[in-house]
Design a protein. Structure first.
Ligand SMILES: Nc1nc2c(c(=O)[nH]1)N[C@H]1C(S)=C(S)[C@@H](COP(=O)(O)O)O[C@H]1N2
Ligand SMILES: [Mo]
Length: 249
């Protein structure tokens, strides 16, 4: 079941990837990741090593009965409140920065794209873990669809929430962005993502620690450098708490 889902998602992704074929395929790193991603798919649970390894996946029997809500649990902005009130029906995700085709995608459009479902363990540095099931669009597919430039080195996630007026954001590099288990999830445990867990969409980058799993993602920006973006260290916690940008598990 898991294998079929994953293969279907990747087959869909590959179709779109081919359709928008441009400079990024000339990047040796990305080409290697895509190839290894496909190999990993074909060999099911057989893991490849290094940066291309798959995070462990679990079964529905392993789901945690309770998945804690951590960090912000409700963005304070009036804009977010308005979207929440009408069920995010006219909310749009922006895909911008170093792309040839900037996108604005509704939740319905995101759900109509090829999907991936994964049951994984979330590890928070504050000392708790929980296993959840996530469904969403592979980030790599969206980036391809937008025609991401070969000059892009990072993807920045701009979020709706803040801490004392300082916006929350996160970032990952292109290897992580194109990893098959990196998705923008709108569904958790087969239900619409709750506000506490990051509605309407949140990042799931499964080889990374909890604080990288940006909730309330409003805009995705492909950039060449993290310099000058908020505090310049690649994330809210990295800027303000000394958390490492590289949160690989
Ligand atoms: N936008 C946003 N994303 C966020 C946070 C946050 O406060 N705001 N907290 C992070 C931390 S530290 C963790 S552990 C997880 C918590 O996700 P959860 O509330 O779904 O458990 O979200 C991460 N992503
Ligand atoms: Mo966390």
């Amino acid at each position: 079941m898991t294998l079929i889902t994953r293969r279907a998602a990747l087959a869909g992704a590959t179709g779109l990837l081919m359709a928008g074929c441009d400079r990024i395929t000339t990047s040796p790193t990305v080409r290697k990741v895509l190839t290894l991603g496909e190999k990993a798919t074909l060999s099911s649970q057989k893991l490849v090593t290094g940066r291309n390894a798959l995070a462990q996946e679990f079964t529905r029997a392993d789901l945690s009965p309770r998945f804690r809500v951590n960090g912000n649990r409700l963005p304070a902005s009036a804009d977010y409140a308005a979207h929440m009130t009408n069920g995010f029906a006219d909310w749009e995700l922006e895909v911008a920065g170093l792309v040839t085709r900037p996108l604005a995608m509704t939740l319905a459009q995101l759900k109509a794209a090829p999907q991936r479902t994964q049951i994984t363990r979330h590890d928070c540095v504050e000392g708790w873990s929980a296993i959840g099931e996530w469904t969403g669009v592979p980030l790599g597919l969206l980036l391809r669809h937008a025609g991401v430039s070969a000059k892009a080195q990072y993807v920045v996630f701009h979020c709706a929430d803040d801490f004392s007026g300082i916006p929350f954001y996160e970032s990952i590099d292109m290897v992580e962005a194109f990893h098959p288990q990196t998705i923008l999830a709108h569904t958790m445990n087969r239900q619409a993502l709750s506000v506490g867990h990051g509605a309407p969409i949140r990042l799931r980058a499964e080889r990374q620690l909890g604080y990288k799993q940006a909730k309330y993602v409003m805009k995705i920006e492909a950039v060449a450098s993290l310099d000058g973006i908020y505090g310049g260290k690649g994330g809210y916690w990295e800027d303000h708490s000394g958390y490492q940008w590289n949160a690989g598990i």
